[in-house]
Design a protein around this ligand. Sequence first.
Ligand code: ADP
Ligand code: TRP
Length: 316
Amino acid sequence: MKQTILTGLQSSGDLHIGNYFGAMKPFLDLYNDKKDSANFYLMVADYHALTSVRDREALKASIYNTVRDYLAVGVDPEQVTLFRQSDNPDHTEMGWVLNCMVTVPFLMLAHSYKDKVAKGLEANAGLFTYPMLMAADILLYGTDLVPVGEDQRQHLEYTREAVAKFNNAYGEVLKEPKELILEAVGVVPGTDGAKMSKSYKNTIPLFGSREDIQKAVMSIVTDSTGDRPENVYAIHKLFRTEAELETLYTENAGKYKNLKEALIEDIDAFIEPMRAKRAAISDDDVKGVLAEGARKAKLVSNDMLGRVRDVIGITI
Ligand code: ADP
Ligand code: TRP
């Protein structure tokens, strides 16, 4: 029996190399490692995005961009079922069933809701029931493993709680999934040495032009003492082996400009094939991939939802 591995993505603007090494690459490594022994599902969580996005064009663009990003970094839609949540209404229906299994006080403890409220932000009812839509995403496919970042661990606990409540009432219908916390390369530092993050404006864009990369690298903060600019080195390590860097940094001790130029070359050479691939993906290509993904996803989720409808007494 093949394992089922599923994850979902909410897009969050232009990707940077921190997102790549922190989230996309660990997913790709897992995929390359397990593609013969597992079925992979990659879902664009556009209805989850609606809990926070109120701009029509922004939501549309983020759907296209998320799919394009993943295709460009090497996800093969022939091997991975790449689809979006809103294309398969089984998710919202299953989400409703699961909402009926859990209590309000339980949902009030979810970080996704609690953190917003703590910040004084307005929480809509969709945000409140967010964990049960995510549980539906996972449970409809009999998922075994869910690769996610640490911040999503609690949502997997919520999913298991929904399974327990459901199965307790109706028998062993839903499968209990496990989280697989992706091992990031550690924190990728930004141009100022702090964590690279779009909120800090210290990013090196993943699909930026050579000029974008140049601008970002040249802005890396270097202290004027010492032979080795640590902030440059810390980013360079992602693109070259330590042995290679040892030689380069010894030969160019104190020559910060040379080292930055070498880093620009290395980042550009790394990104160029992905950038070219991404540029060649049209909106119609994205639509084609999503249509085929939705078709494949529904074949599986319809089955599970059918069983759920049957055991709860909705099928008459
Ligand atoms: P940002 O901080 O730019 O808003 P997100 O919070 O949207 O990034 O993160 C998306 C994914 O990328 C998460 O899985 C996160 O762990 C990963 N990630 C973001 N920044 C970094 C970084 N500097 N180093 C490693 N991983 C990162
Ligand atoms: N909540 C996840 C996030 O914000 C995205 C997501 C939605 C997801 N549905 C999922 C992740 C199902 C894994 C499985 O990152």
